[in-house]
Design a binder for this molecule. Sequence first.
Ligand code: HEC
Length: 205
Amino acid sequence: MNRKNIYISAMVTSLLAASVMGASTMVFAHGGAKGIVKERMDMMKSLADSMKELKGMMQNKATYDANKVREAAKVIKSHASDKMTKLFPKGSGHKPSEALPAVWSDWDKFKDLADKLSTYAGTLEAAADNASGPGQGSMMKDGGGMMKGNPMMQGNPMMQGGGMMGGAMQDPEALKSMPPMASFMKISQTCSSCHTDFRLKKKEK
Ligand code: HEC
C-alpha cells in the first residue's frame, strides 16, 4: 500500500467506527469511560433503574408494593449524599464525563442536591406504607414525565426547586406522612435540577 492508500483506509476505518458508535448513543457516551467516571456513570444508571421501577408503580402500571418501594428508596439513598459526591473528585470532569465544571465551582450547591436526594429517598422509605391499593399514584398520573431523562423538562423552571410542590411538600417531616408519590416527585425533581445545572445537555438523554 502506498501512503495515500494507507491514509484512505485509515479514514474509512474511522468513519466506520464513528457510524457504528453513533448508532448507539450509550456506547458513544461511555466510550473510554473508566475509573471513577465509569463508577459514577454506573451508579447513576442504577439510580435510573430504581426510578424506573418506582415510576411504574407510581403510575399504576405495575402493582404497588410497599416493600419494593422501600427497597428502591434504599438503593437511591445508598448512592446519595456523600456516597455520590465522593465519586466526583476534583479534576475528574474530563471527557467522556458529562459533568460540567460547575460541579467543582459550585460545589456547595451540588452537594446540597446530593444531600436532598438522600433526604427524599428517606422520606419515600418512610412513606411507602402510607397509601395502598389502586389509585395510589393517580394524584399525578404523569408525574413520571419529570423523570431525569426528559430533556423537555430540563430547562423548565416549574420543575426546579419544587415550584409545583411548594409549601408543606418541601418539608421532609411532612413528606413522611404524605402519599409516596409526593416523595417520588421530590426525588425526580432533585435528579432533574442537578442534571440541569451540572450535567452536559444532550438530546438523547
Ligand atoms: C447532585 C447531582 C446529581 C443528582 C442528585 C443526580 N445526578 Fe445523575 N448525573 C449527575 C452528573 C454530574 C452526571 C454526569 C456524570 C458524568 O458523566 O461524569 C449524571 C449522570 C446521570 C446519568 C447518565 C449516566 C451515564 O451512563 O452516562 C443518569 C442515567 C443519571 N445521572 C440518572 C440520575 C437519576 C435517576 C437521579 C435521581 C434519582 C440522578 N441522576 C441524580 C448529577 C446528579
